[in-house]
Ligand binder design. Structure first.
Ligand code: FE2
Ligand code: FE2
Length: 194
């Protein structure tokens, strides 16, 4: 897809108006981090920037809005999503992006849709957004040491490290782990070690 400056400006203004200042800042920072990761892994960096900018567009909606938008993708609401409806903001976000900005690029929609949990067989762009969301510099939990542990790693190795960090947090907080995060972990563990 052609990503024009005018589309990016339109999205930027929408997010500035509709998200809290903190989340807007996180969205831009995720976009910049995604752009940098894309350059490392030879992925379309403009797409990375756009998907990063969009990923949390639905993060501040209420449960009813999250549920009704998510159901539009044709999937059911999973047990983990019933328990933690906030998990739906990826799926809901992908629907919003289609409706508001007429974006139909499957990779971008997939990256937005799956950024909260990851999923089996996710695209490289979706992997980049999942990682960027977790490591962007405004994230309080990210240390220089953590970033160094990712340096020079393959995209899948980075994804595995980040996914394990997220799962560790979920377990510590006694939250319910998403079924599809576990499927992704299994897939990554079955891959040959690099
Ligand atoms: Fe998110
Ligand atoms: Fe995010």
């Amino acid at each position: 897809m052609v990503i024009t400056d005018s589309l990016l400006n339109q999205i930027d203004s929408y997010l500035k108006e509709n998200l809290s200042e903190k989340r807007y800042r996180h969205s831009v920072s995720t976009a910049v981090t995604a752009e940098q990761l894309c350059r490392i892994f030879s992925i379309d960096s403009r797409k990375g920037y756009l998907a990063g900018l969009l990923h949390d567009i639905a993060r501040e909606l209420d449960i009813e809005q999250l549920t009704s938008l998510s159901l539009k993708d044709g999937g059911a609401i999973r047990d983990s999503e019933k328990k933690h409806p906030v998990l739906l903001h990826g799926r809901a976000g992908a629907e919003m992006v289609k409706e508001l900005f007429k974006i139909t690029d499957a990779e971008i929609l997939d990256a937005v849709s799956h950024h909260t949990t990851g999923n089996k067989g996710m695209s490289s762009l979706a992997k980049v957004i999942f990682i960027a969301d977790y490591i962007e510099p405004y994230r309080a939990h990210i240390t220089q040491e953590y970033l160094s542990s990712l340096k020079g790693k393959s995209l899948d190795s980075m994804l595995k490290i980040v996914l394990n960090s997220i799962l560790e947090y979920i377990r510590e907080e006694s939250l319910m782990v998403s079924e599809i995060s576990l499927e992704l972990l299994k897939e990554l563990e079955n891959e040959r070690k690099e």
